[in-house]
Design a protein around this ligand. Sequence first.
Ligand code: GLU
Length: 425
Amino acid sequence: MTITESTLSVEQEINPWESASHRFDEAAELLGLDDGMRKVLRRPSMELTVNIPVMLDDGRIEVFTGYRVQHSIARGPAKGGIRFAPDVSLDEVRALAAWMTWKCAVVNIPFGGGKGGVICEPHLLSDSELERITRRYTAEIGEFIGPERDVPAPDVNTNEQTMAWIMDTYSMHQRHTVTAVVTGKPLELGGSLGRPEATGRGCMITTLQALKRFDLVPETTRVIIQGFGNVGGMAGRLMTRAGFQVICIIEYDGAVYNRHGLDIEGLMRHRQHTGSIIGFPEAEDVDRDQALLMDCDVLLPAARENVITSANADRIRAKILCEGANGPTTFLADAILAEKGVFVIPDILANAGGVTVSYFEWVQDRQGYFWNENMVNERLHEIMVTSFDDVTGYSAKHHVNNRLAAYMLALDRVAYAIRRRGLYA
Ligand code: GLU
């Protein structure tokens, strides 16, 4: 049966696991993947739910639910971030774990895929409460993580500090310092140069490759970025430095627009002082839903899932969609964008710069030998350009869109690893 808007409810459309599964099924079908392999790869290999009791600052005890899902370890240790948010769900973490498997395979790094999340409202918690949640969560999942097993990293609402707490807690249990258990750490604790910028840099590199198909150069390219955090903020900064005109930034509380291009550094300072991007003197405040639909060359969603859905996809006016976030586009919106001829740089390619430099960090930790920033950036550039060419080359050869091409390429690589390893019984 063809999945159309009428056969899917809104809840189904915005469930990330639905989008991940539909795309998997489509790619598996086109690849002619056998039934057994589909069964192996369709579901995560391990799912863990933990209920973590934590003492709050006022002495009350609260119990937080956390997850860690390992989708596949066929190509190497599970790899993927941990997010803290009130609406984290097992289905979301499952989808994100699967996307990590495909992402690591697209950029051909020796990792499987995993993801974690804790249901909490980080903005309402103090630093010491966040530290206690992080440490207890780490202790609960401690048996399942490790440099050879599963290597967490930052994701939505987690950062270098969170990684330092995880590394310390894990190390205390091991009775020695194990830097390679997480990536995205502070530089002084075994982090890598270039890691904070890596996801945004990867988005810029893939966008630059895509521009060549449109006869565009950065100076004539208008970009709208949704999300101004780790990914969107960094992408905005790097892209303006490279000459792009970032004309609009959309955040959860509003959007700002300047048709000549925003001063991103100034906007960052404004947010630091006022707590919001709204009211930036050198820009116009605009409606956030309308901002997504404004005329531009590149739309770069860089926050959470379900930004482009069947409800707005037909009104997107960008030529290029660069998915800095994981899963910003629903499965139903894919077909609409394809029909409109939008050039999609799918998430599992566009935002893979982060995990690629995480891989470099893991390598450096294990060698105890640290690279300079040039080396990190050059190697990242090489991997992103090769992966972009692999995906677009696959798309041209097999007459499928970029997203399907990326999935098919990834599924094929992971299935190959499973076949060569064989089934242990
Ligand atoms: N959270 C990032 C992602 O979704 C980075 C994961 C990592 O570095 O392991 O790709």
